[in-house]
Each structure stands twice: as C-alpha cells, then as structure tokens.
Write a protein that binds this ligand. Structure first.
Ligand code: ZN
Length: 492
C-alpha cells in the first residue's frame, strides 16, 4: 500500500474560481479561545472561515495550500492611516510634528487635488494587501469636498481590501462639513446599506477651544450612526481640555477611537476606560514626531483596549510587523526606565508578544466595531487571513514561540498568502492580478504636480528642516597616542 500523492500546489489562477481553500499543517494563531494550534488546518468556504482544526475533511474541489513551516494569523487591522499622504512616501522622514502641521495644515493643504488623494490611497491600499493588513481605516483628513471623498472611495473599489473611510477635512470646520447637504448626500449615495468591506466614520480633532464647536460634529455622527476617530492627547495640539468637553457633553462612548492619547492625565484615561472607548497606538509615529510617549504603557494600567496604527507614510513605514515590534519595545523600554529611576530592576516584561499580536488583530476589529466580523480565526467569521511562511528565510526557522516569532522574527518579506473576505489576493509571495506599475504612474504624476506647485526651492527646503546644532559637551578625558590609558584632564 502506498500513500496517495499529495494534491499539487495550486497555481495563482486557480483561485479565481472561488473554490474552497484549505491551509494545511500551519501553526495557527487563532486570537480567540483556541489559542495557538500546531499542525492545524483552516478551511475557507465562500467569504467565511468554515472550520479550524486538525486533519479537516474538506470538500472535493478544495484548493489546498501547504502551510507547513508557516504561521497563520488573522489579517492585520490598521486603525489610523492617512492613506492619501502615501503619494509623498518618505518625504517627511526627518520632520517633527511642527513641520508636518506647517506643511499640510498651514502651507500646502490647498495644493492637493482629488486625483492626489486617489493616487495616495491606491498605493497605500495596495501596500496593505501586499503586507497582510487586510483592514485599514483611512484617516482621510484631506477631503475638502465630497469629490475628494469619491476619489478616496474609487481607490478602495479597485483594490481588494477591507476599508473604513474616516471622512475628514482638516482645512474645514467639522461641525460645518459634517452637517452640510453635500456631505449628507455623499453618505446617502455611498453608504446606504451595511457593508463590512467599506465602512464610514467621522474623523476630526478636538483642540479644546472654549465654545466646543465640535459638539455639532459629534451630533452629526450620532444622527448618522457613525463612529468617531479623533487625535487625542497630542502634545501641543489636543489636550485633556478636549476630553473634558467631550465627556461633559456626553459624547464619549464605545464608538470613539482616541488616536495616540499619549499626553493625557489620569482623569482622561479613566473617562476613556469608563465610557468603553479604545486607543489607537501609532508607536513609530509617536516615537519620532513628538505626540508623546507611545501610550500602550499608560493605557494598560486603566484597562483601555488598544489597537495599532501606522499613521502616515509621508514619514514612516506602513509595516505592521514594525507596528507590533516598536510597540512592544517602547512599552518595555518605558517600564525599564521607570524602574531604574526607582533603582529597581524589571525581572519579567509585563507586555507580551501575544498582547501586541492581539492589538494588531482583535484590537483593531474592536476599535472598528467589527469584533464579530473579523480579528480572529474563528469559524463563522469573515476569512481575512495571513500566512507568514518563507521556506528560504533563516529567520523563519525554527519557530518555537509563535507570538514572539511574528513580532520579532517575521517581516513583510515573509508574507506568503493573504486572504481578504475569502478571496486569495496574494499567494506564494506574489499579488494576484494587482500590478504596481499603473499605480506607480499615477503616484509619479501626483508627485510631479505637487512638486511643481511647491517649486524646487521649497520642495527641498521643506524636506530638510533646519535644525540648531547640538551644543557639544566638553570632554574631560584625553587620549595620548602611545599611551594605553585614557586619563581625565583634571588628573594630569
Ligand atoms: Zn494621524
């Protein structure tokens, strides 16, 4: 007797037919009560996860993906990304928050056209799909009228990901645009039926001006049944005053996501916790721009649920492995520093790799109100899946601690297969039918236009902000050639 030959590996084109898919022999991080399953299978039928277990019986026409040596996780969920800014990828890599505000809010906000939003969103959406971020909240604050909103949505129709449009207009007044007829018509036209592939939220900030005019925008969100996402606790921009206003007016609830929340006081964190809100932690951003210390360290003391986000690729990556890695390291770094200040030693790190994997998946689902739809590998949920597998990578062997492996060992180059809503969009490390070139052309045209509007001098000057040189510290030690010792000058 001989064992039957294993089924041949599917080819990319086989996935077009909508046949069931089975991942075989994976290390499955379910992010639900099942925990981690070794050598397990996951069956996808239609849009949904049909079964999770060992040696699953599958329908006869199932396409089987050999996941041996790989880790299967839920797709990542980014709860705050200014996707439109991706067209200027890396331009502001040396900025602090001040340059960002001056560039976009004060000087050049008027320059961007709907096609620039479209180009940025296309590139960002493609990157999401490519890197395993199956759901992205587009914090789209450059929508100066609904034509811009249509441009943002057009990109989402062309890329097979799950998106939530966080509609915003940073050059306008939220209490005005959210109540305008043209905005209401945009909502009616595009969001007239529940759709878990494309959602809508209102995106605006509360800087704490005395009259609290944003109350009108919160009321609009209530009227429309929409969630709100707001940059809170941003040093020098949004403070505890805004939280007090929101709380006193009764607008803090479980439908609000507080982005960053890095510089809030104890009362503000307690109000967020008490009202069921969530915080979107954007560690790469906070560590570099100066909103405050990445808040996972603070909010876990209050039991506030966290999700992760990459903020904007005008500065940083959109790499969700980096989001998890940076958050875990920043949290631990702060714990160590606080302990050392008390002359104590941390003997066991409190935040675990499992915690940030959870933030990157279920945490994001919860922040979007989609915890019953996505965020875990649970039968009945929509199939948003990520197979991390790279048989040629030394970093992918051995896999001993799956959570820690995902966070500290794996990377975007190891994204083997991505499934969105039951559809395979990337397989064996290659996207299926989603070429970069046409999108790159649109982005290049957008860059050329924006650059021409700025002029060459400003284009380069704004990319490289001037800094005052550090004051050098005088060194009391001297090194004399031929002398093995380095002695303090005062000891001469
Ligand atoms: Zn932001």
């Amino acid at each position: 007797m001989s064992t039957p030959d294993p089924a041949p590996a599917p080819r990319a084109e086989d996935f077009a037919g909508g046949r069931p898919i089975a991942f075989r022999n994976a290390t499955v991080i379910t992010v639900d009560s099942g925990g981690v399953l070794d050598n397990a299978d996951v069956l996808v039928v239609g849009e949904k996860i049909e079964a999770v277990g060992h040696h699953l019986d599958v329908p006869g026409d199932t396409l089987e993906i050999d996941a041996t040596g790989g880790i299967l996780t839920p797709g990542f969920v980014d709860t705050h990304r200014h996707m439109w800014q991706t067209a200027l990828r890396g331009y502001g890599g040396d900025w602090a928050l001040t340059q960002y505000f001056v560039f976009y809010y004060l000087q050049w906000g008027q320059v961007f056209r709907p096609e620039d939003v479209y180009a940025g969103n296309l590139l960002s959406a493609l990157e999401s799909v490519d890197t395993g971020v199956t759901t992205t909240l587009d914090w789209s604050h450059g929508l100066r009228n609904p034509d811009y909103g249509e441009a943002a949505l057009q990109a989402f129709r062309e890329i097979p990901g799950r998106f939530v449009l966080g509609y915003g207009d940073y050059l306008g007044a939220p209490w005005e645009w959210s109540n305008s007829q043209e905005f209401r018509a945009f909502v009616t036209k595009n969001f007239n039926a529940p759709n878990d592939m494309l959602g809508l939220q209102l995106a605006f900030d509360v800087p704490g001006s005395a009259e609290f005019p944003e109350a009108g925008a919160f009321q609009a969100a209530r009227d429309l049944g929409l969630r709100v996402t707001t940059h809170a606790g941003v040093w020098g921009a949004t403070t505890d005053t805004g939280i007090v206003q929101m709380y006193d007016a009764g607008f803090m609830d479980e439908k609000v996501t507080y982005v960053h929340s890095s510089t809030l006081n104890e009362q503000s964190y307690q109000k967020i916790a008490a009202t069921g809100g969530t915080v979107s932690v954007a560690t790469e951003s906070e560590q570099s721009a100066g909103q405050g210390y990445p808040s996972s360290w603070a909010i876990r003391h209050y039991g506030i649920p966290a999700s992760l986000s990459m903020d904007t690729s005008v500065w940083w990556s959109a790499d969700f492995f980096s989001a998890m890695r940076a958050t875990l390291s920043a949290d631990r770094s702060r714990d160590h520093l606080e302990a050392h200040a008390r002359n104590e030693t941390i003997v066991a790190n409190r935040l675990r790799a499992e915690d940030v994997v959870r933030m990157a998946t279920m945490g994001g689902a919860k922040a979007l109100g989609m915890e019953d739809v996505i965020g875990s590998i649970t039968p009945g949920k929509k199939a948003d899946l990520l197979l991390i597998k790279n048989d040629e990578s030394p970093a992918m062997t051995p896999i001993l601690n799956p959570y820690a492996h995902v966070v500290y060992q794996a990377g975007t180059a190891d994204v083997h297969t991505v499934v969105v809503n039951g559809k395979v969009v990337k397989y064996d490390g290659k996207r299926i039918g989603l070429p970069l070139a046409p999108i790159a052309d649109k982005v290049a045209a957008s860059v050329e236009y924006v650059r021409s509007q700025l002029g060459e001098e400003r284009w380069f000057a704004d990319m490289h902000p001037e800094i005052q040189p550090d004051e050098e510290i005088e060194n009391p030690y001297k090194y004399t050639s031929g002398d093995a010792h380095v002695t303090a000058a005062s000891e001469d």
